[in-house]
Design a binder for this molecule. Sequence first.
Ligand SMILES: [Cu+2]
Length: 118
Amino acid sequence: MKRGRFALLAGLLLGWPAAVAASPALPVVHVIIHDHAFKPRVIHVKVGQEIEWLNTDQDPHTVTSGGNNVDDGRWKSSPLIPDGAIFVLRLRRPGTYPYFCKPHQFEESMHGTIVVSP
Ligand SMILES: [Cu+2]
């Protein structure tokens, strides 16, 4: 009896974060970094919607805010994202946000755009 009760409690505790993560109306938007490219290059999200970049390259990359290879500081630039790691971002204001990878800023495929709508 005691054991059953513990199992239920553990289930609730373990289930709680998952329930919170699953409940938002807006799904996570995924960007894959592969072969030195952001895929897809352009994404459309709503204010507050979570964006996740997953690096599948052996080379580390960044998600740095700005156009023309200049960090405009709109968000705290990601650190170098190693192979298999993710960077998570939520933007709070509508607009069009260009971004790029700092180490590979001269590669066309290492630029992306986030379009945020209300
Ligand atoms: Cu890169």
